[in-house]
Design a protein around this ligand. Structure first.
Ligand code: HEC
Ligand code: HEC
Length: 262
């Protein structure tokens, strides 16, 4: 026993223990960081993108979203919203928001593509979130029929079956979807801006999202083969048109007839 405890207190034992401890923590750290990297954004952002984005953010967004995007009373925290949310909000001109209202409005984008990319890089560096979609799902070569089906079950209740948009409660509205780029459609689905729900990959697979984009692009380029769509609101506006225009013609015809007999 005595010999054993003496051996344990060998002067080199402490050094060996220290080395072993360092090795284990170092190894664990390396594993943890690679796991984190795998979860973070797959789009390649360079460190300088994030740095430039940080400067743009401090100058243009921090008044509402707080320093470090941690949120303030005027805007939510952006930690973990991902590059896709920034690319959508800034790319469609919704952000930077100008005034408080029921909804952030679409405006001409205030930042160019490079600056938008840098802002996205900065926010993506704060925490993992949905990334900017890859070209493969945006090729508009999916199955438009399937996309139409998915659109009618998931989106039409707010955006209208012909994607012409519709009103929601409290002064909010779901916009018409013509002239929205495939990338922004995809990003809207994965980030759920404002009153729109998030459509995760479990709800609508990336393949399904590709089909929806294909469908939307198809109805956008087809226009209305049957003539004027009257706002694509369905039987109500069509009936109204028949009442006003049809009855108008009949009344005009009667007046014309009676004016001839007298
Ligand atoms: C005037 C205040 C204001 C400014 C300036 C502003 N934002 Fe916002 N931002 C908001 C508010 C408020 C919301 C929440 C909107 C909502 O959900 O109704 C928001 C939402 C967002 C979202 C969506 C978050 C999510 O959960 O998906 C992103 C991304 C964003 N802002 C990015 C930016 C960026 C980048 C800038 C700078 C270029 C910016 N904002 C400037 C007020 C602001
Ligand atoms: C509960 C209602 C609701 C549902 C369901 C919904 N959305 Fe939305 N959507 C909205 C609202 C509200 C906005 C506007 C958000 C904003 O202005 O920030 C919006 C915005 C969008 C935009 C951005 C349009 C633009 O002009 O930039 C796209 C694209 C979009 N939605 C696509 C879809 C698709 C595709 C689906 C189905 C998978 C869907 N939405 C389901 C309410 C909804």
């Amino acid at each position: 026993m005595k010999a054993l405890s003496q051996k344990r207190r060998h002067p080199l034992a402490a050094v060996a223990l220290l080395l072993m401890g360092l090795l284990i923590t170092g190894g664990l750290y390396a594993v943890a960081t690679t796991v984190n990297q795998a979860k973070a954004d797959t789009t390649s952002f360079s460190a300088s993108d994030a740095e430039e984005g940080g400067k743009l953010f401090a100058a243009n967004c921090a008044t509402c979203h707080g320093m470090g995007a941690s949120g303030s009373q005027a805007g939510p925290s952006l930690v973990g919203v991902g590059a896709a949310a920034v690319d959508f909000q800034v790319g469609t001109g919704r952000m930077p928001m100008q005034m408080n209202g029921p909804q952030a409005y679409k405006k001409p984008a205030q930042f160019n593509e490079e600056q938008t990319h840098q802002l996205a890089a900065y926010v993506a560096s704060l925490g993992p979130g949905p990334s900017i979609p890859e070209a493969g799902v945006l090729d508009e070569k999916g199955d438009a029929a399937k996309g139409g089906e998915l659109f009618r079950t998931n989106c039409a209740m707010c955006h209208n079956a012909a994607a012409a948009g519709g009103a929601l409660t409290k002064g909010k509205f779901a916009p018409a979807l013509a002239d929205v780029s495939g990338k922004h459609i995809y990003e809207a689905m994965v980030t759920g801006p404002q009153n729109m729900p998030v459509f995760s990959d479990a709800n609508v697979s990336p393949e399904g999202k590709r089909d929806i984009i294909t469908f939307l692009k198809q109805i956008e380029s087809n226009g209305s083969p049957g003539g004027n769509d009257l706002g694509a609101l369905g039987p109500v506006s069509e009936g109204l048109f028949v009442w006003i225009a049809g009855l108008g013609v009949i009344i005009a015809f009667t007046i014309w007839l009676t004016s001839r007999t007298s």
